[in-house]
Design a protein around this ligand. Sequence first.
Ligand code: FES
Ligand SMILES: [Fe+2]
Length: 336
Amino acid sequence: MLVTRQKLLRRFWYPVMPMSMLQDGPKPFTLLGEKIVLFLGADARPVALSDRCCHRTAQLSKGYCEGGNIVCGYHGWTYDATGKCVRIPQNTEAAIPANARVPSFHCDVRYGYAWVALEDPVQPIFELAEANDPGYRQIDQFYEVWNCAGLRLMENSFDMAHLSFVHKGTFGPKSHVPRKMTIEGTDIGLESYVETPVANPAIARNVVGSDEEETIRVMRGTWFMPFSRRLAISYPSGLKHTIITNATPIDDHSSMVVQWCYRSDTEADVPAAEIIAFDRAVTNEDKFILESTDADACIDTTRRVEFHMDSDKPGLIMRERLLSLLRQHGEEEVHG
Ligand code: FES
Ligand SMILES: [Fe+2]
């Protein structure tokens, strides 16, 4: 599935940028091939407009913010949060033409990020219990482009078969199959439960709260279709570490990986930098292999040579859920 060919994917919320990046002016982002500009509106809430001035097509993201509006850097045409042109500096006599406007998109703020839906969203932004629980702290981890398709990254998130290979440099278990695993499709995606022994190298020991050579991970995974995943990990030490990974689709071949985590400990227990360093090492292992995969993640397994085994249950469920979601909205997979 090439993501820009599926119209339905324009109707989901995606985290596109940390709010901190908007403090010093407008910023560009490409979402599903659509070039948008993000900026802070009058109430300091994020706004998303098409990144193309309707005067002579300059990128609005090269302009600046003024009183909650965005000013084009070319001739100063000014747009409000709805995309309506409210000022043409050189046009002192005539009224502003009614069609002088740029398209606007749904935009909201949640978990410290600006979220965008290009068309009317089919469901709200997912809720995260940890975000309102004073027993957890949030650590912002990664905001970076991966040259890989979002569905590949999501499939990998639930694929336990890769741990002993891809992660042999960090936490990879000796066994190729987890001690226990259950998985089932849900209305919003899927839920998984996994118990597995994992290696516990020096870089991980403070982070997981154990000095043993091995420890046990209990992982509860949730896939929020189409490109978000919550992975709640708990360790025998009682420590809880929940990772939120989003593969926000830039285009058919690349994704913005937006990842933060929640921890049940404090900065005094384990510094955020140490947690980020361990997750960085793990994430780099995934990135290395995922960037070698074909972007056209194969949903219809009859159309291409790509094998899906019984042991690839997460991938099979994801395919079934996605096809069902498309059908529910009157769409079919558009083949690449
Ligand atoms: S191109 Fe934007 S004001 Fe002229
Ligand atoms: Fe992995």
